[in-house]
Every structure is written in structure tokens, then in C-alpha cells.
Design a binder for this molecule. Structure first.
Ligand SMILES: O=C(O)CCC(=O)C(=O)O
Length: 286
């Protein structure tokens, strides 16, 4: 099994569409990442490269919203060393049944006390721009979480619900963060069993790309920070007909004009079963 993946975790992931783990990164890394989060949301990009999506910055961001950056690994070496870790890549590849894993996107998420929800959604719904249209995700808590701090929450078994016409999903601070998922559950004829991830700082979860998930308002007095790693199969290739769909307009900019190769400079391969890892990636933190 992969670095973090026991048989129990694999069985839970298969049955429920997610699995919770108590330890993914050390306490030292958690503390160091807190400092990087401060800097990143101030616009201090260590490498000089901006993240692919900058949805919140100090001074201009709406204080009521969950702060978000996507692909901060391009901007910050510590974030890169965590999200490009071979152990996480191996874990996600084994859970998803892929020959290897490449990163598609990281998320830096910070939901201070009182900040609004993240609407329930399914990751694979945004991914018509590559094939196989699949994602598997590791969510790393950087603060201890409880159901009142608005941690990520999963609808158990929803990775097996139908995938045809998902209702519109509103990501940033919707009034009813469960609405799209509740509609999908009604179509499916099930009462959703929504499970919040309650873990110590440094713990987290793995989830399937079709699992419905989102998070409530932070009703506690503790910060709720998370670092998220979304991977695809190491074999993934661009799918040009889907470039205008989902988050394709942001990420298809890395396609070359004449082929569908996902260049490893932009979508590094973290781990493959036959021993490949994109050269030049940082070592994981000790
Ligand atoms: O942390 C959250 O609130 C949402 C995270 C998320 O959407 C994800 O991990 O895919």
C-alpha cells in the first residue's frame, strides 16, 4: 500500500468515497506552513511566480469569505515540498487505481472564525479539459478541526451517485452551502449522510473525484486552514474539446499547440509505480 494508505483506508475510500487520516504532515511543517499562508495572502511570492488563481489578498479580499489560492506551489518552496511529495502521490495513485499521480492543482484555504462556507461540489465536474477525467484529493488540516470550525465534509457514498447532469455548484460562500448536493441526493433518492473531517492539525482526508464535498461557516473561535493536493493519473492528457469548460480556461493555457501532452514542468509527476518522478522536484520535508 502507498505511504499513507492502509488496507482500512483503501477499503473506506472505496466504500464511502473518502477516508480520514490522523497524521499526514508533522507539527513542525504545520507551524512553518502557517507562516507561509500569512505571506502568500500578503502577496509575498517566494519564487517570484504567482499562483495560478489568486482569489483573496490582504487589503482587497472580502474578510467574510474563505481565502483561497490555487497552485501556490509555483510561488512557495515549502508548499511545493509538501504538495509534490512522492508519498502523497503514491497514496493518491493507489487509492484511485492509477499507474502514477501528477498534480493538477493545490489549494491554500484559510477560513477564519466567522468566515463563510464553501459550497458542496464534485471535483470531476470541473475537469472536462483532460482525460481520464478523474481527480483524487488529499486535504491536509493545518489546525485542529471540529464540526463547528467548518472543516471539509463529505456525503458518504456520493462518489457512486449518477454523474449525468449535476446541478449548478456555487463555490465561494453560498447562502446554502449544501443546496446542490441536497438536490443531487433528492434526484438519487437518498438522504445524505454528511461527515465532517474532525482531526488534529496535520491530519486530514483523501477523497474521490466524484464525492460531493464542501464546508460550513466557521462557527468556532479557531482558525481553519487547509492545504489541498488534487492529482490526476500520471497518464492524463489534455482534452481540447473541453478547454472552455469548468476550470479549463485557467489550466489549458499550459497546452502546447500541436499535441495533448501535459508538460511535466506544469503538471509534475509525483510518483509512478515504475519509478518515475519529474526531475528537479523538491525533497519532501523531513
Ligand atoms: O476545505 C474546504 O472547505 C473545501 C476543500 C475542497 O473543496 C477540496 O478539498 O476539494
Amino acid at each position: 500500500m502507498g505511504a499513507h494508505v492502509t488496507h482500512e483506508i483503501a477499503a473506506g475510500f472505496d466504500a464511502d468515497g473518502f477516508a480520514v487520516v490522523d497524521r499526514l504532515v508533522s507539527d513542525e511543517v504545520v507551524v512553518a506552513l502557517h507562516d507561509r499562508f500569512e505571506r502568500l495572502f500578503r502577496g509575498e511570492f517566494e519564487t517570484g511566480v504567482a499562483p495560478d488563481e489568486v482569489n483573496w489578498q490582504e487589503g482587497t479580499g472580502d474578510p467574510a469569505l474563505t481565502r483561497q489560492l490555487c497552485n501556490a506551489w509555483r510561488a512557495d518552496r515549502l508548499v511545493a515540498s509538501v504538495v509534490l511529495s512522492p508519498a502523497l502521490g503514491e497514496s493518491l495513485a493507489r487509492l484511485a487505481g492509477w499507474p502514477g499521480a501528477r498534480i493538477i492543482q493545490d489549494n491554500v484555504l484559510w477560513k477564519p472564525p466567522g468566515a463563510r462556507s464553501v459550497g458542496f461540489h464534485r471535483d470531476n465536474a470541473y475537469l472536462d479539459w483532460y482525460r481520464p477525467r478523474e481527480m483524487a484529493t488529499c486535504w491536509i488540516a493545518l489546525d485542529p478541526t471540529s464540526s463547528s470550525s467548518g472543516p471539509v465534509a463529505f456525503a458518504r457514498g456520493s462518489h457512486r451517485w449518477s454523474t449525468g447532469a449535476d446541478p449548478a455548484m456555487d463555490f465561494h460562500g453560498p447562502d446554502d452551502h449544501r443546496a446542490a448536493m441536497d438536490d443531487a441526493a433528492a434526484v438519487e433518492g437518498v438522504v445524505p449522510d454528511v461527515v465532517p473531517v474532525e482531526v488534529p492539525a496535520g491530519g486530514g482526508s483523501f477523497h474521490h473525484g466524484w464525492t460531493w464535498h464542501g464546508s460550513d461557516v466557521n462557527r468556532s473561535d479557531v482558525q481553519r486552514r487547509a492545504l489541498v493536493v488534487h492529482c490526476a493519473s500520471s497518464d492524463a492528457r489534455f482534452h481540447r474539446p473541453g478547454f472552455a469548460e469548468g476550470n479549463g480556461p485557467v489550466y489549458s493555457r499550459y497546452a502546447r499547440p500541436d499535441d495533448d501532452v501535459m508538460d511535466e514542468a506544469h503538471f509534475p509527476v509525483l510518483w509512478t509505480a515504475d519509478g518515475h518522478r519529474t526531475p528537479g522536484l523538491p525533497e519532501p520535508p523531513a
